[in-house]
Write a protein that binds this ligand. Structure first.
Ligand code: PEP
Ligand code: MG
Length: 589
């Protein structure tokens, strides 16, 4: 039995044998072509290009129907390459000048391009290598009649293991056969991750060498909640995970029963539970889980899934769709949180892909304030959409009062412009900020005078408070929401919000982890926003406890010195209150 740890990007558990996608690249032989055969090779090339364009267009349309227009844009790179006269000119040139077969011309030109991209200093180009190989495979498939990489040969349910999967491969996966996927490469915001999550396929990326260590047929467990890939599991582990699958299925049944029950403590305090989303298409799932609104819409995914900067109209359409899907429930739109690990594919003006310390660099609101046309475009789209239903605007990564004032000033300017143009905009739009930098938490009293609401982003607040990179595997054990320093900051922010009548919510992953629910209630939190599948679990904890009981628990936690002690205590308490429902693990991630 071996356990490999990767980055969990799509939750769920699967137990199935491995199918390792042939990692060896294609090899195509070079055939000399006599002069008189050159036109026939050129004609074969044109036919293959046209067939590839039609195929990718078809995939794009299919993806758009199922997953929406934003996700479908990931095929723009392929279509752009196929339509690029410089690239297709190189294929023709090789056939005419070198007298080689069309298949070899395509193979060699794209291989050269992939090698150049692979060695590029810019990560955007390095990440496109798999797209180039995808395109190569597709065109060659039409030229040589079937050199598909093996996905078509999957016959039985499996865990798909690959170096990397291209967007088109991921979008075309047959869910009845591919129960989960695990890749050597990729990060949280890679296209594969975005698509796997949207398709509901459990997935782990960033495993580094899974294709080398695992063979087709090896029995596997994929734990998409925690990022574990277990090879050759023993009987005890299989039993444990089978029980967990049953547990998750039971939770899904309970979820339906819980959906319409109020999130109310035993002593009658109402708690608001909202969902976090990346795409408007996720709203249905959030509502299905009982979300009372969307507390965090990560709009940067609109940019991440696109190969160009989305226009004002494209953004307006996405926000309008989200508002309509919510049918009167509130939508908190967070302005762009790009930069650091969330880089666009087109490289926006001001977005430096090679910053030395990107999490402390020009990310998020800083990037927007240095790129006003982009920021204003988004704010215009949000304000226009606000006429359609209840919207709240939230600025991320605020670390200074002046930054917030500047952002609000830009918002005011955009509103004035729209009003002058006679465009309808909602009159009173609540404006808030994320509290995810210690300076903002420590200055919450001053910020409270300037905003309508706070949303505490613990994912970043933990990394900045503890100086622990949230994405670095080697120090993952130091990254803890149970650290007393973090809990101290949360306590102060919630207390300040309470005293100043500022609405406060918490939208980091901690909000969806049931072991923290009682502590957060005890600290005075009354609004949570979380990954939608976690809502029912958190709701059942809320319904099982009283506020007084949670306050006592929070007082006890205040006397503990280490995150270990805190976590053990919280898990013990949760186990005491709900012995049957939980095993101390969260179903969200
Ligand atoms: C956070 O930092 O807690 C947060 C919710 O934002 P993100 O995870 O998008 O950085
Ligand atoms: Mg954040």
């Amino acid at each position: 039995m071996h356990t490999h740890k990767g980055i969990p990007v799509s939750p769920g558990i699967a137990i199935a044998p491995a199918f390792v996608l042939d990692p060896d690249r294609l090899r195509v032989s070079r055939r000399p072509v006599p002069e008189k055969r050159v036109p026939a090779e050129l004609k074969a090339l044109e036919d293959a290009l046209a067939a590839s364009i039609a195929e990718v267009e078809e995939l794009r349309r299919g993806t758009e129907d199922i997953l929406g227009a934003e996700l479908a844009k990931i095929f723009s790179f392929h279509l752009g390459m196929l339509a690029d006269p410089h690239l297709t000119g190189q294929f023709r040139h090789a056939i005419e000048r070198d007298h080689v077969n069309a298949a070899y011309a395509v193979y060699a030109v794209l291989k050269r391009l992939a090698d150049t991209f692979l060695n590029h200093k810019d990560r955007y180009f390095r990440e496109r290598v798999s797209d180039i190989y995808d395109l190569q495979r597709r065109i060659l498939g039409h030229l040589t009649g079937g050199v598909d990489g093996g996905l078509a040969s999957i016959e039985h349910p499996c865990v798909l293991i690959a170096r990397d999967l291209t967007p088109s491969q991921t979008a075309a996966l047959d869910k009845s056969k591919v129960r989960a996927l695990a890749t050597d490469y990729g990060g949280r915001t890679s296209h594969t991750a975005i698509l796997a999550h949207a398709l509901g396929i459990p997935a782990i990326v960033g495993l580094e060498d899974a294709t080398r260590r695992i063979n087709t047929g090896d029995p596997l467990i994929v734990d998409g909640h925690r990022g574990f890939l277990v090879a050759d599991p023993d009987a005890a582990q299989l039993l444990e995970y089978r029980q967990e699958i049953e547990h998750i299925q039971d939770l899904a049944t309970q979820r339906r029963a819980l959906r319409d029950l109020p999130a109310q403590t035993r002593d009658g305090t109402d708690i608001e539970l909202h969902g976090n989303i990346e795409f408007p298409t996720e709203i249905a799932e959030a509502l299905d889980n009982g979300a009372q609104g969307i507390g965090l819409y990560r709009t940067e995914f609109l940019y991440l899934a696109s190969d160009h900067e989305p226009s004002e109209d494209e953004q307006y359409e996405a926000y309008r769709q989200a508002i309509r899907n919510l049918d009167g429930k509130p939508l908190t739109i967070r302005t762009l949180d790009l930069g650091a690990d969330k880089l666009t594919h087109s490289g926006l003006a001001g977005e430096d892909h090679d910053e030395r310390n990107p999490f402390l660099g020009c990310r998020s609101i800083r990037l927007c304030l240095q790129n006003l046309p982009m920021f204003k475009t988004q704010l215009r789209a949000i304000l226009r959409a606000s006429a359609e239903g209840p919207v709240r605007i939230m600025f991320p990564l605020i670390s200074q009062i002046m930054e917030l004032r500047q952002a609000k000033m830009v918002l005011g300017d955009v509103r004035e412009d729209l009003e002058e143009e006679g465009v309808a905009v909602a009159a009173n739009i609540p404006v808030g900020m994320m509290i995810e930098v210690p300076s903002a938490a420590l200055q919450a009293r001053s910020f409270a005078d300037e905003v309508d609401f706070f949303s505490i982003g613990t994912n970043d607040l933990i990394q900045y408070t503890l100086a622990v990179d949230r994405g670095n595997e080697r120090i993952a054990s130091l990254y803890s929401a149970a650290h007393p320093a973090l809990i101290g900051l949360l306590k102060e922010v919630i207390r300040t919000a309470d005293r100043t009548d500022t609405t406060v919510s918490l939208c980091g992953e901690m909000a969806g982890q049931p072991e923290f629910t009682m502590l957060l209630l005890g600290l005075g939190l009354r609004r949570f926003s979380m990954t939608p599948p976690a809502i029912p679990e958190v709701k059942s904890v809320i319904r099982a406890v009283s506020v007084e009981q949670c306050r006592r628990l929070a007082r006890k936690v205040a006397g503990l010195d280490t995150d270990r002690e805190v976590l053990n205590y919280l898990r013990d308490e949760l186990g005491r209150i709900m012995p049957d429902a939980f095993d101390g693990r969260s179903i969200g991630y």
